[in-house]
Design a protein around this ligand. Structure first.
Ligand code: ASP
Ligand code: MG
Length: 409
């Protein structure tokens, strides 16, 4: 017997048939003698619609009311799921964030989880009742409904698994695991049996959209064993194994590179001819950070005649804002011009094996060179190398790297 959390994303609960299908899957775990908590997302498309309602009424809508609106998607699914379970003879009860006291901070729209009161849930699960928990939502210090940021029900599931000390947190989604890269680009991508928390974290943060980044951070911190698997396979039983996200020590054969991710959501800015003096980086990036513009890769050119260029990347949606902020501060920064290029992509290779293997970056540079792909910016961390390239070369680059690191199936 095990205690498990099963989380179902929007596509897995997109209509009543799929909800029935999920209920049958939950029933199998209950029949096998497991204690089960289910975390659900809103039905696919619903949250987008709710967000749009708020935006259409007022672009500067009140964040508390935004949360009151967007949290309803999960409320609906949790009730429907409880009904579907009861309908097939499984005892079940739905729970909203405020009812299990999933307490968060007061950052409406992107709240962080502080604490979950799990006693009552555990007591009921021990009597065989399935707890169906609405993901994505909690309750803030002001006693109002909060939400955890888009994709946040992954984080709800992991936090719940930690709070009830679950043996496993199974995240059911529309893909059957974590792949070496996007199979739509590389048909020979392979499903990973295991991936280390840190690798998953890096991959999630650089564009692999399987899990919300914060859920991986939390899983790593709380040592929650997460399994990513598909809710569409083998509906009649015999589950195909997904990918386990685990501690690095549980991975015996560490590949040099576990996966390759790409992101086309970047833009590159070059601030030209700024004086090369102490404080110049602070003058550029201070105002951006105050405006919550997330800056990623940064390079500063060698200076000539006391002037230098500063190049960096930001999220593409922040491009207009960044431009405006820099223009406002042209006086204190003292630059001559700003160049903006939205047509870039960031390609990253990630693997804990890099710590003990030399030459990972060089393999990347050679593979890209052999395809005639120019590298614009490079950044590295202990287990990741990222390059910025022309967006038109994204697919070519990902394929070349997948082959170069021996990842092709
Ligand atoms: N329904 C929310 C969203 O679409 C949360 C989630 O699905 O994880 O962002
Ligand atoms: Mg999701």
């Amino acid at each position: 017997m095990a205690r498990i959390v099963m989380k179902f994303g929007g596509t897995s609960v997109a209509d009543l048939d799929r909800i029935r299908n999920v209920a049958a899957r939950v029933k199998r775990e209950v029949t096998a003698g497991n204690e089960v908590a289910v975390v659900v997302s809103a039905m696919s498309g619903v949250t987008n619609q709710l967000v749009k309602y708020c935006q259409d009424l007022s672009p500067l809508h009140d964040a508390r009311e935004y949360d009151a609106v967007v949290a309803t998607g999960e409320q609906v699914t949790s009730g429907l799921m409880a009904i579907a379970l009861q309908e097939i003879g499984v005892e079940a009860r739905s729970w909203q964030g405020w009812q299990i006291r999933l307490k968060t901070d007061g950052a409406h729209g992107k709240a962080r989880i502080a604490d979950i009161d799990s006693d009552e849930l555990i007591r009921r699960m021990q009597t065989g009742q399935v707890a169906v928990v609405a993901g994505f939502q909690g309750i803030g210090p002001d006693n109002r409904v909060t939400t955890l940021g888009r994709g946040g029900s992954d984080t709800s599931a992991v936090a719940l698994a930690a709070a009830i000390k679950a043996d496993r947190c199974d995240i059911y989604t529309d893909v059957d695991g974590v792949y070496t890269t996007d199979p739509r680009i590389v048909p020979r991508a392979r499903k990973l049996q295991r991936i280390a928390y840190e690798e998953m974290l890096e991959l999630a943060s650089v564009g692999a959209k399987v899990l919300q980044t914060r859920s991986v951070e939390l899983a790593m911190k709380q040592r929650v064993r997460v399994q990513v698997l598909s809710s569409f396979d083998a509906a009649d039983g015999g589950d195909l194994p997904g990918t386990l996200v685990v501690d690095e020590d549980e991975i015996v054969e560490k590949e040099m590179v576990a996966g390759i991710a790409y992101s086309r959501d970047e833009a590159k800015i070059t601030v030209r001819h700024v004086p090369d003096r102490p404080g110049i980086a602070a003058a550029i990036f201070g105002p951006l950070s105050e405006a919550s513009v997330n800056v990623d890769m940064i390079v500063q050119n060698i200076s000539a005649d006391g002037l230098t260029d500063m190049t960096f990347t930001i999220g593409r949606t922040d491009l207009a804002r960044t431009h405006a902020i820099l223009a406002q501060h042209q006086g204190d920064i003292g630059y001559r011009e700003i160049l903006a290029d939205p047509n870039v992509a960031k390609i990253s290779v990630v693997g804990v094996g890099m710590r003990s293997h030399a030459g990972v970056a060089n393999t990347m540079f050679k593979a890209l060179a052999s395809r005639g792909i120019n590298i614009q910016v490079i950044s590295t961390s202990e287990i990741k190398v990222s390059v910025l390239i022309d967006a038109d070369s994204t697919e070519l680059a990902v394929r070349a790297l997948h082959t170069a690191y021996g990842l092709d199936a």
